[in-house]
Design a protein around this ligand. Structure first.
Ligand code: ZN
Length: 185
């Protein structure tokens, strides 16, 4: 999988993160570059490799069944030098993939994808409620986390009665305390 292909954009009108597969390409083309231009680069707008608030209307590429899967792209000459960091793109893309996958699973009553915030706070990337009332927090972790930081987070979830499930980016060194707690990695 190409880690840095952009599949998440930001809709200035709805103020929501959007995934390229949510709508047909024509929908995004009407809203992107050369259209209403409300569909902008999520990363540039949120201050990654660009000044916060930077609006870069996106183009939509790829077709269903084509060689390249559908994705968004900066118009020529508008991408930051070197593009956006693969770790950041992985995190946002994975969050959306987890939410999408969870919605297709049986026994799931509700799935909430948290909108990205700079402080991230203690909110899960994806919050899930099952039919039996069980609450899950899905976390996509792209960076090294210390044992203490992870343990604090894990205990906060436990105290709130939430089962936390962690997804680690391939190649990331996850805290060994995760294994001590006998959680899957
Ligand atoms: Zn960008």
């Amino acid at each position: 999988m190409q880690d840095d292909l952009l599949v998440v954009g930001f809709d200035l009108e709805t103020r929501r993160e959007v995934h390229v597969t949510e709508r047909p390409p024509e929908h995004w083309k009407r809203r992107g570059y050369g259209g209403t231009e409300q569909l902008v680069c999520f990363y540039c707008f949120h201050g990654f490799e660009a000044a916060p608030g930077t609006r870069v209307p996106l183009v939509t590429r790829g077709r269903l069944g084509g060689k390249v899967r559908r994705h968004f792209a900066h118009p020529a000459g508008t991408a930051p030098d070197g593009g956006h960091h693969p770790e950041t793109v992985w995190h946002i893309t994975t969050k959306h993939a987890l939410a999408h996958w969870t919605r297709t699973q049986p026994g799931v009553a509700a799935v909430r994808l948290e909108q990205w915030t700079p402080d991230h706070d203690r909110r899960a990337d994806v919050a899930v409620r099952l039919d039996d009332g069980t609450r899950l927090a899905l976390e996509a972790q792209r960076m090294l986390m210390t044992d203490d930081a992870w343990r604090t987070r894990h205990r906060d979830y436990a105290r709130a009665g939430i089962v936390d499930v962690w997804f680690w980016r391939p190649g990331v060194h996850f805290p060994h305390v995760v294994l001590d707690e006998r959680l899957p990695v």
